[in-house]
Design a protein around this ligand. Sequence first.
Ligand code: SF4
Ligand code: SF4
Ligand code: FES
Length: 246
Amino acid sequence: MASAIFRIWRGDGAGGRFQDYTTEVAEGMVVLDAIHRIQAAQANDLAVRWNCKAGKCGSCSAEVNGIPRLMCMTRLSELPLDKPVVVEPMKAFPPVKDLVTDVSWNYEVKKAIKPFRPRPPDAPDGTWRMAQSDVDRVQEFRKCIECFLCQDVCHVLRDHRLHRSFIGPRFLVYAAALEMHPLDAEDRVDDLRGAHGIGYCNITKCCTKVCPESITITDNAIIPLKERVVDRFYDPLTKILRVLTK
Ligand code: SF4
Ligand code: SF4
Ligand code: FES
């Protein structure tokens, strides 16, 4: 059996450092397997969050060789094992212990987004009519597993720490799923421009690149929402109509 070195960040909110562990690796292993092997044999107190080991719960998010990834979906065969594999917690959120971060800010953000509000039924029997193409459009957004890797990679949160002013790509996807839902009658455009801070996104597409569910975050969610904001607030004709109808 071959072996590899894993350089794991150990610490908490007060600070920490990287520590090297050498462990045996075998074909088919993922990073989370190696972390568990190290935890079992060498570092019983190593904190790591995980649940499904199948890329579906969104719990095992971390940074592997500097890239936000799900540890359970990162095969060791994809990594250069002649160098230490660097594993560290997400940087956009406060560290709790070792590889575990406090992602509770995300749940607070979600609560601030206006919820689904269906229009009245289209038929006397209480049912609605929807075009299949409108239904299909939002299906992609519903694949989100809330791993928050997109939030972690976004420079607005990661580097500029604008957590109070910008909801981040995950919640722009969530807002898009609601805004584009064929039955939804709520209006979130003012919030998107104001409290949700969509203007901070400069469409670098880093979020789309790290999404394990391959959601086309920027092109399919953020850009159409930005277009709605532009149409309402910056289109000269709409501006005149708004003044006249006030
Ligand atoms: S495209 Fe926008 S939301 Fe996505 S990472 Fe870049 S700035 Fe952040
Ligand atoms: S949009 Fe993708 S990267 Fe972002 S939280 Fe959802 S699944 Fe994770
Ligand atoms: S353990 Fe569930 S996504 Fe990795």
